[in-house]
Ligand binder design. Structure first.
Ligand code: TTP
Ligand code: MG
Length: 389
């Protein structure tokens, strides 16, 4: 957990069942149970929210599910298809931040800069809804635990928040079973000692709690107080953020390519800032008409994340290495990440301060109305730059 970070827990709703309903539209709005033949000995993998109303839940014997919900449609598990959808969801997550921990097939933690959590969460939800036609819930907070609980409480198809300062008011009155790690057995044990609500767990003498549930008691008590120091562990931490465009027709004039570089730089800059990163290295990728492709990079003295700084570097790389037109594809990439916002002590100037303020306003508008809504701000930000380096 980092103090300057918001954490999102994104979790698809009734994942396997939602994919089945997507692939078979006639099942929309109906109780769907995924797990196999209800006459067999298997268990429920998951079920649609329509089936949950009947008391059906994951890990329940299919036979029992049939008794509870005889009208449900029972389907076998089609893991290949779910894995395919899961990959697509992961690609959407990666657009918003490289700081991702994939927890399971339908669940991931995303780290974004402080204050960007809710906007990013809504943007993730609408991208998954619009592009994959699937419902997803998002919990937003300052740590993993509270983000996870916020998501569970918000489900289905919703975004919820649960901030550390709200723990006493909102979390303490709830049953201990909302705490991840407290399954039915631990819950029962705690109940037998009169620990029913999260408040009871938070306030129970620690020594006595350790005797009841062992060493795990310390962590669970910290959780009950909303404390969780776990960091996001990106297994395949993305090392770069890039955008590229294949032009509708090969371009022959430099100014058109430079206009594209400006657009691409703004996209890369926005994503960098939203992920809470700065980048030391800016690269371009250039493809010529004969498909030959070059990449060229420049490593800067200081890490950057403003649209203007990325654009200036990418443009100078292009001018230096553009070769002969026509050009077919142009890409801009930022890598060599460092944490934090761009506040240079070496070259801090009123212009940079102005640029930063303009970008902050632009980012907020883009969070709300989508990337690219503000076109001319990049121009203002880049005006101070007269050089072609
Ligand atoms: P979950 O995210 O736990 O459940 P869910 O997506 O079906 O429902 P929701 O998140 O809205 O509560 O698990 C993701 C998938 O993993 C789920 O669709 C099926 C599979 N799964 C099992 O196969 N067995 C299980 O016991 C559980 C809990 C999940
Ligand atoms: Mg899920």
């Amino acid at each position: 957990m980092r103090a300057n970070q918001d954490i999102l827990l994104c979790d698809l709703d009734a994942f396997f069942a939602s994919v089945e309903q997507l692939d078979r539209p006639r099942l929309k709005g109906k109780p769907v149970i995924v797990g196999g033949d209800p006459r067999g000995r298997g268990v429920v993998s998951t079920c649609s929210y329509e089936a949950r109303k009947y008391g059906v839940s994951s890990a329940m014997p299919l036979k029992k599910a049939l008794e509870l919900c005889p009208g449900a449609v029972f389907l076998p598990v089609n893991m290949v298809r779910y894995a395919e959808v899961s990959r697509k969801v992961g690609e959407i997550f990666k657009r918003f931040t490289p700081d991702i921990e994939f927890v399971s097939i339908d669940e991931a933690y995303l780290g974004v800069s402080k204050g960007a959590g809710c906007y990013t969460g809504e943007a993730v939800r609408s991208a998954v809804r619009q592009e994959l036609h699937l419902p997803i819930s998002v919990g937003v907070s300052a740590n993993k635990l509270l983000a996870k609980i916020a998501c569970e409480l918000a489900k289905p198809d919703n975004l919820g928040t649960l901030w550390p300062e709200e723990v006493k008011e909102l979390l303490w009155p709830l049953s201990v079973k909302v705490i991840p790690g407290i399954g039915p057995k631990t819950e029962q044990k705690l109940r037998s000692y009169g620990i029913n609500k999260v408040r009871d767990l938070a306030q129970y003498p620690t020594g006595a709690l350790l005797k009841i549930i062992g060493s795990n008691g310390i962590t669970l008590q910290e959780y009950a107080c909303g404390i969780d120091g776990r960091a996001i562990e990106s297994r395949h931490e993305s090392k770069s953020i890039s955008e590229e465009i294949t032009f509708p027709e090969d371009l022959k004039d430099k100014s058109s390519v430079i206009a594209a570089i400006q657009e691409l730089s703004a996209g890369v800059g926005y994503r960098l800032r939203r992920a809470g990163f700065q980048a030391r290295t800016i690269s371009i990728k250039l493809r010529f008409q004969d498909f030959s492709t070059i990449t060229r990079s420049k490593t800067l003295i200081e890490a950057v994340n403003s649209d203007g700084a990325i654009y200036r570097t990418a443009r100078s790389l292009f001018i230096k290495h553009c070769g002969k037109p026509p050009w077919r594809l142009m890409g801009v990439k930022a890598s060599g990440f460092e944490r934090g916002t761009q506040l240079s002590i070496f070259s801090y100037s009123p212009e940079e301060d102005k640029e930063r303020k303009i970008l902050e306003a632009k980012d907020l508008l883009q969070d709300k109305y989508g990337f690219g809504i503000v076109k001319n701000v990049g121009e203002i930000a880049n005006k101070k730059d007269g050089d072609t380096r």
